[in-house]
Design a binder for this molecule. Structure first.
Ligand SMILES: Nc1nc2c(c(=O)[nH]1)N[C@H]1C(S)=C(S)[C@@H](COP(=O)(O)O)O[C@H]1N2
Ligand SMILES: [Mo]
Length: 408
């Protein structure tokens, strides 16, 4: 199903509302300097670039909103009604320039160092494949998905709903690798994964290295993946090897992973120590604040958007529970005054996958505010509003994520 060629921001896309702020952000000299240091071509204007960057040229252009050369999100109308997000529609988010294609030339030869186990070892993907293989469907979602809805001007990519997708990952369970290497060393509390990007000259590695620590409770489900959606993991998404931590925010899923270390403490690199920390607006990030680890329960409507036809209507959307299975999704066509249970659609690919849903309803001509609210089996539900925080992380408020539809 190809999208039409004309690309317009709709009324339900907060990118439109926030255009002014984005212009200011992009125009600031400090931000520009920081961006070009990392080797990205800064955008001259706040307008959406017309073309995809080379490393993502294989993607379906019309399914994506291109925010910059390092950030692209899936359009709300391109998420589709299936469980798995096609790879060419999946969002992209790079903190550093993508490594060269040469790293995927001989995939099985890629090496990953495993530290903090009884018998530390450098292993090739070929050797990992001898240990075991599993497939896990899980939602990959950026911590800042929904950031565009924050009115305080949260810094970072102005993601709407599309910095998320549901992916089938194939690789070796990390716990099997640990067992093969004699088990975890004593006293380790975190799994610390390091990305394989070469760092641009002159930058302090502590400031730019993509290295993330997650608590060892993540070992139960983590995998080192070499395939996504049943094909070799594209370089764009971290090929040849990626750490996948099901149910945890995107940043913890380290691409082109070159080291996995079991550690006593969290890494002190910036992306862990002060970035991806939840704090009040105006506050600086620091290690004592909550880190973006397990995702919260969330849902959004994917169809209809903006306009509809009166009569019987099917309202579609997707819902995720993070690490907790979903219990139910409710939909309201009157902005949250009254709710009706939606039905889950299609197969349940496990607790970390998202679940498409549908609610059938009759609509007469008029304007409708359609919202959805998911609840997990532990009773966690989406709040109505936002939980304001400096960087606009973890937004799952149902009100902002709704759509306004004119039915005629
Ligand atoms: N090595 C490395 N891993 C990374 C990143 C990165 O820039 N480098 N970005 C992280 C962030 S913030 C997100 S949201 C996801 C995005 O994954 P994707 O580009 O495959 O969609 O990768 C994470 N892993
Ligand atoms: Mo992210």
């Amino acid at each position: 199903m190809k999208q039409g060629t004309s690309i317009q921001r709709g009324a339900n896309d907060p990118g439109l509302i926030n255009q002014g702020r984005r212009q200011i952000l992009l125009g600031s000299a400090g931000a520009m300097a920081a961006v070009s240091l990392l080797g990205f071509a800064p955008l001259a204007k706040a307008e959406e670039p017309k073309t995809l960057p080379d490393y993502a040229a294989w993607k379906e252009r019309n399914a994506l909103i291109v925010h910059s050369t390092n950030t692209m999100e899936t359009r709300r109308d391109a998420i589709g009604q299936g469980v798995v997000t096609p790879s060419d529609r999946l969002f992209v988010r790079n903190n550093l320039p993508t490594p060269p294609e040469s790293i995927v030339a001989d995939r099985d030869a890629w090496e990953v160092r495993i530290e903090g186990v009884k018998n530390p070892k450098t292993m090739t993907i070929g050797e990992l494949k001898d240990i075991g293989v599993t497939t896990t469907a899980s939602v990959l979602q950026c911590s800042g998905n929904g950031r565009a809805f924050f009115p305080h001007g949260a810094g970072g990519t102005q993601w709407s709903v599309g910095a998320a997708g549901c992916v089938m990952w194939t690789g070796v369970p990390l716990k099997d690798v640990v067992a093969a290497l004699g088990g975890m060393a004593d006293g380790m509390e975190y799994i610390t994964s390091t990305g394989g990007e070469e760092l641009p000259d002159g930058l302090d590695p502590k400031q730019v290295t993509v290295e993330r620590s997650v608590p060892t409770r993540a070992l139960e489900n983590a995998l080192l993946a070499w395939e996504m959606n049943d094909e070799p993991l594209p370089l764009t998404h971290g090929g040849p090897l990626r750490m996948v931590v099901p149910g945890f925010y995107g940043v913890n899923n380290v691409k082109y992973v070159k080291q996995v270390a079991f550690t006593e403490n969290q890494t002190d690199v910036k992306i862990q120590a002060s970035s991806y920390r939840i704090r009040d607006v105006g506050e600086k990030g620091s290690p004592d604040q909550p880190s973006m680890w397990e995702m919260n329960v969330k849902s959004w409507v994917t169809s209809p958007l903006e306009t509809g036809t009166s009569g019987r209507n099917m309202i579609y959307g997707v819902a995720l529970g993070g690490t907790v299975p979903l219990d139910k999704v409710e939909v309201s066509i009157d902005g949250g005054k009254s709710w009706k249970a939606a039905r889950f659609l299609g197969p349940d690919l496990g607790p970390f996958a998202w679940r498409p849903f549908v609610m059938a309803t009759d609509l007469s001509p008029g304007e409708y505010r359609i919202v959805s609210k998911a609840t997990d089996v532990e009773g966690n539900s989406q709040p109505e509003g936002r939980i304001d925080n400096e960087r606009g992380y973890g937004h799952n408020g149902w009100s902002d994520h709704g759509v306004t539809v004119a039915v005629s």
